[in-house]
Design a binder for this molecule. Structure first.
Ligand code: FES
Length: 104
C-alpha cells in the first residue's frame, strides 16, 4: 500500500460541490460532495483489471460510468441501474491543503 499526496491548490475546481477530477496516472477520482472531498478508485469494481470509470452526464447531473459493461455510479460511488458493487472508496486525509490518499 502506498500513499499519494495531492496539492489541492492545483485543483481549484474541487472547492465547488459536485466537481470531480481524475488523477489519471494513479487512477483515482477526487469528488467534491456537499461537505467533503472523497477519493475513489477509477478501477471498475466489476473487473478492476479491465474497466476504467469515467465521468458522464452534465455538470449538475453528473454520474460515473464504466464503458465496458455500462455499470453506473452516483457521485457518492453508489451503484445504480444494473451495477452490483459500489466504487471503491479510498481513505483520504486533508492537512494544510494537501490530500493524502491511501492507494490499494
Ligand atoms: S468492467 Fe466495468 S462494467 Fe464491466
Amino acid at each position: 500500500m502506498s500513499k499519494l499526496r495531492v496539492d489541492l491548490d492545483a485543483y481549484p475546481q474541487l472547492s465547488e460541490p459536485g466537481q470531480a477530477v481524475l488523477l489519471r496516472k494513479e487512477l483515482v477520482w477526487l469528488i467534491r460532495g456537499k461537505r467533503r472531498l472523497r477519493a475513489y478508485s477509477a478501477r471498475c469494481p466489476h473487473k478492476p483489471k479491465e474497466g476504467r470509470i469515467v465521468r458522464d452526464g452534465s455538470e449538475r447531473g453528473c454520474y460515473f460510468r464504466c464503458p465496458l459493461h455500462s455499470w453506473t455510479f452516483t457521485r457518492r460511488g453508489k451503484p445504480t441501474g444494473r451495477s452490483k458493487k459500489p466504487m471503491r472508496r479510498l481513505p483520504l486525509v486533508i492537512k494544510g491543503g494537501v490530500a493524502r490518499i491511501e492507494l490499494p
